[in-house]
Design a protein around this ligand. Structure first.
Ligand SMILES: [Zn+2]
Length: 261
């Protein structure tokens, strides 16, 4: 029973954070004589030491840097769990492109703040960042849309806890109906929303369009994924780098996916 519990925890921590499984094993080895509760607190301490010091230092060796956690007025995570789980790492080229886009956007719209969702893990590409099939190697990153409140003022944050799973429109397009038939995972992100404040957030099309345009201008960014109906309704039809990822992916009308080559 104990072995099953240990294996489950190791796998879960590895899948969620990449380095957490290793920290769990190390903690068990270093403090094996300690009581369960003391081992738990030792794990937390060790985990945060890795998160704050060892992981960022090691990540630089494989050209990955963490996106700003709280020190930027223009950009931040939709949910701090992205930082705590170490899912906010990208390659330097993508980092620069994102920060430049955020600065351009932020100077024009200082009341808005760009929210990023999952990026990639810090250390290696051999563990996929679930549920994203195409986020390996620090070359991809997801953004939330920009929203207004009921009074039409910019509302910072995200309509769902995770930043995923609240779609730009309820009604499915014919293309989306086809995708649901072809791929049972197509609507998976809905189950990652966890809790939502849907009614409080209204999509700000103009600012979302300008955010996508700012990202599109960056030469290092080679692909941006959006659902076709959203590309049209945001007035972005002529932008060549904006593509439909296909039915094998998850829906892309709750977030913007960007990537470099
Ligand atoms: Zn993505």
């Amino acid at each position: 029973m104990r072995t099953i519990r240990r294996i489950t925890l190791f796998v879960l921590l590895t899948v969620l954070t990449q380095f957490g499984g290793f920290v769990y094993l190390l903690n068990g080895y270093l403090f094996k004589k300690w009581t369960l509760i003391n081992r738990f607190f030792a794990f937390l301490m060790l985990y945060f030491m890795f998160l704050l010091f060892f992981v960022p230092l090691t990540a630089r060796i494989v050209d990955r840097v963490p996106l700003p956690a709280h020190n930027s007025d223009f950009i931040g995570p939709a949910n701090y769990m992205t930082i705590v789980l170490g899912r906010n790492y990208v390659k330097q080229d993508l980092y620069k492109a994102v920060i430049e886009s955020a600065a351009v956007f932020g100077k024009k719209y200082p009341t808005a703040k760009i929210t990023y969702l999952d990026a990639g893990f810090a250390l290696s590409s051999w563990i996929p960042i679930i549920p994203h099939s195409g986020h390996n190697g620090g070359k991809s990153l997801d953004f939330g849309f920009i929203y207004d409140d009921a009074e039409g003022e910019v509302k910072r944050g995200s309509p769902s806890w995770s930043g995923y799973g609240v779609y730009a429109q309820e009604k499915l397009t014919n293309n989306q109906k086809k995708c649901f038939k072809e791929n049972s995972m197509y609507g998976l992100s809905k189950y990652f929303a966890l809790s939502t404040g849907k009614g409080e957030y209204k999509l700000n099309k103009r600012m979302t369009r300008e955010l996508v345009q700012a990202l599109h201008k960056q030469t290092k960014i080679t692909k941006i994924y959006l659902e076709p109906y959203l590309k049209s309704s945001l007035g972005l039809k002529r932008f060549k780098k904006i593509k439909f990822p296909g039915c094998n992916s998850v829906r892309h009308d709750d977030h913007i996916h960007v990537q470099i080559d």
